[in-house]
Design a protein around this ligand. Sequence first.
Ligand SMILES: [Zn+2]
Length: 111
Amino acid sequence: MDWITNCLSSFSKEELGVVAVVFAFLIGCAFGSAILCAFMRIGKGQTWARGRSKCDVCNKELTWDQLIPIISFIIHGGRCKMCQTKLSWIYPVSEFIAGVIFAGIIYMFFH
Ligand SMILES: [Zn+2]
């Protein structure tokens, strides 16, 4: 485990803080996405943890490039890749908010 210690000690506390906050943001985005998806499924009376996400309109399973929080929304112009239906802004916004909350918690740990 020495290489981890060596690797970490080559960074300053501030640099590690930035890396940790960025990671926390990304994890928060993924978390926000998963929570929103679970709530949507419960709302529709489906099992919340089953299968991949599907498009509400064309009912096709989303591909990996549509499952990256925020990034997918931007690269596909906020539309479903298959049917071109506009997706709700609530997806990227809630992902972003969850990311900010996670990053904020980690930021407080480092400051
Ligand atoms: Zn679709």
